[in-house]
Design a protein around this ligand. Structure first.
Ligand code: FES
Ligand code: MG
Length: 572
């Protein structure tokens, strides 16, 4: 147990010097009596609320509940508004800004008198961003997940974020539903605060963070508007104070076993492919060399148990009622490292005590999984020397071993312009290729990876095609989409060399992705290739462009992922 004089914040508030005098005088200016806060752990509440982030609408109120918990436990809560990453509204993609929030998180925690933190995130990239920054700052932290929104509803049918939108959009383009139904869907799709309630990137990452041991047990599954969510927020605030006294810093929780368990969790959930990039980036901040092969190895052993859209049929609200993540993890006990410590100060095994599944359809038993594998596969070959990924859970099985002629698009504008061109030479056997949508080329590696199926094919009943890109894909998307091809086309990866009509072979069981063109021909094409112009000339974009790493390395900035430490600021 640490003593008050050992707190980091004591360097600001303690002592007889002029600086400390000034900090105390300014605390009085904030309206605080000395006895209310001096000698107490300062808990930063990093709040990603904003007026344009519907997934975090409730965070203003939740931050108050976190603060209530901090006060109750004898701490001093200080709320910091930090950058909001709204998956829906921020363009070209919040992925461009994940590292900016990670930098802000790290520097806020470093530069202020902070002893520990509660991190409030949930909408897709906000979760890895906060954790990456916190791992680099290495203070005690608790993550408060935003929680999923309620089930969508349309004419008594449930609607899942993203997934059902894509499905009905395909139906609309195929002429199966009309304008009237479509406008009703607009009102029914997202009807409460909270993040996407399919197993998209948000649910995937908040669950992964709980599995890492950084949220209170069960936190990630609670719907955003459930009163249990209010109580979880307060309890997280209380716990943050205890963590500071115990000096249970993030580096004592995040080790190789924690990351292996997080990957296992993502796979058993049938989670988003984005988790591959984010977990590699997060582990990099903890000095843990996680790579694509770690995912592929575990994917061969971990069955998919969560029957949640887009891979399955239920939604996060159903998952919560079925017992939530604790129940799923209890089923996976034999695949997890139960003796490692979590944010509770107990072991993962202790955190899972008593957890039971209440609905075997939503959380399948091990002997009746949704799929024995399929969460993710890592592909390599002459088209992806540094790897590519595919989540084939919801792909047409006959496409998983397929050779077809490429139809190539260079960038998203080209794709939009030509995908429904009546003269486009495309059939159900074609392989749609999108080049130039990677980390640098996108820029920001946008979620263009589920290339749309041409209307003409939709009307013929085609609902899946092999698609290959250096882009990412929304966690709520599905199909035979090969993603994250590295190196990306923009830096001269082989994807840049594919031409219309070239044969491309996808072999998921064989874990390969090949361009059936001779080495000599590829060398000739490479010699003729010219590098495109940088996407940015100045500002944050230029910083991003100059330092972003490729997908297989997590798309962190190399100067953030690098080993080494920075000095603590002199506060006295
Ligand atoms: Fe925020 Fe999906 S838009 S989680
Ligand atoms: Mg998403």
């Amino acid at each position: 147990m640490r003593r008050p004089e050992e707190l980091r914040s004591h360097r600001w508030y303690g002592g007889d010097g002029l600086r400390s005098f000034s900090h105390r005088a300014r605390s009085r200016q904030l309206g605080l009596n000395p006895e209310e806060h001096l000698g107490k752990p300062v808990i930063a509440i990093l709040n990603t609320w904003s007026g344009i982030n519907p997934c975090h609408q409730h965070f203003r109120e939740r931050a108050e509940q976190v603060a209530r918990g901090v006060w109750q436990a004898g701490g001093y809560p200080v709320e910091f508004p930090v950058s909001t990453l709204s998956e829906t509204f921020q363009k070209p993609t919040p992925m461009l800004y994940r590292n900016l929030l990670a930098m802000e998180t790290e520097e806020v925690l470093r530069s202020y008198p902070v002893d520990g933190a509660v991190l409030m995130g949930g909408c897709d990239k906000s979760t890895p961003a906060l954790l990456m920054g916190a791992a680099s700052a290495d203070l005690p932290v608790v993550f408060v997940p935003a929680g999923p929104m309620l089930r969508g509803n349309w004419r008594g049918r449930k609607l899942g974020s993203g997934t059902d939108m894509w499905r009905y959009w395909a139906d609309k383009r195929a002429g199966l539903i009309g304008e009237c139904e479509w406008s009703e869907l607009e009102s029914g799709l997202a009807r409460s605060p909270g993040h996407c309630m399919t197993m998209g990137t948000a649910s995937t990452m908040t669950s992964a963070v709980e599995a890492l041991g950084l949220s209170l047990p069960g936190a990630a599954s609670i719907p955003a508007v459930d009163s249990a969510h209010h109580r979880m927020a307060a309890a997280s605030g209380m716990r943050a104070v205890g963590l500071v006294w115990e000096d249970l810093r993030i580096s004592r929780i995040l080790d190789e076993r924690a990351y292996a368990d997080a990957i296992t969790t993502v796979l058993a959930l049938g989670g988003s492919t984005n988790a591959v990039i984010h977990l590699i980036a997060m582990a990099g901040r903890s000095g843990i060399p996680l790579g694509l092969n770690d995912f592929d190895e575990l994917a061969r052993r971990v069955p998919v148990l969560a029957n949640i859209e887009p891979g399955g049929e239920f939604l996060m609200e159903d998952f919560y009622y079925a017992g939530g993540l604790r129940a799923l993890l209890a089923r996976l006990r034999d695949l997890l490292h139960l003796d490692r410590v979590t944010v509770t100060g107990r072991t993962l095994g202790e955190d899972l005590a008593g957890a039971t599944v209440h609905d075997d359809e939503v959380i399948r038993p091990l002997d009746r999984p949704l799929a024995t594998e399929g969460g993710v596969a890592v592909l390599r070959g002459n088209l992806a020397p540094d790897g590519a990924v595919i989540k084939y859970l919801a792909a047409d099985p006959k496409l998983l071993r397929h050779t077809g002629p490429a139809v190539v698009f260079h960038g998203y504008a080209d794709l939009q312009r030509r995908i429904n061109d009546p003269d486009l030479d495309v059939t159900a056997d074609s392989v749609l290729v999108l080049a130039g949508a990677g980390p640098k080329g996108g820029p920001g590696m946008p979620e263009y990876g589920m290339l749309p199926i041409p209307d003409r094919l939709l009307r013929q009943g085609v609902r899946d095609l092999v698609r290959v890109s250096d882009a990412r894909m929304s966690g709520t998307s599905y199909g035979a989409c090969v993603l994250h091809v590295a190196p990306e086309a923009h830096v001269g990866g082989p994807l840049a060399l594919v031409r219309d009509g070239d044969l491309v072979t996808l072999d998921v069981p064989g874990r390969s992705l090949r361009l059936e063109v001779s080495d000599a021909e590829l060398a000739a094409r490479r010699a003729a290739w010219t590098a495109p112009e940088p996407a940015f000339q100045r500002g944050y974009g230029a910083l991003y462009y100059d330092h972003i790493t490729q997908a297989d390395r997590g798309c962190d900035f190399e100067f953030l992922a690098r080993a080494g430490s920075n000095p603590e600021p002199n506060a006295g």
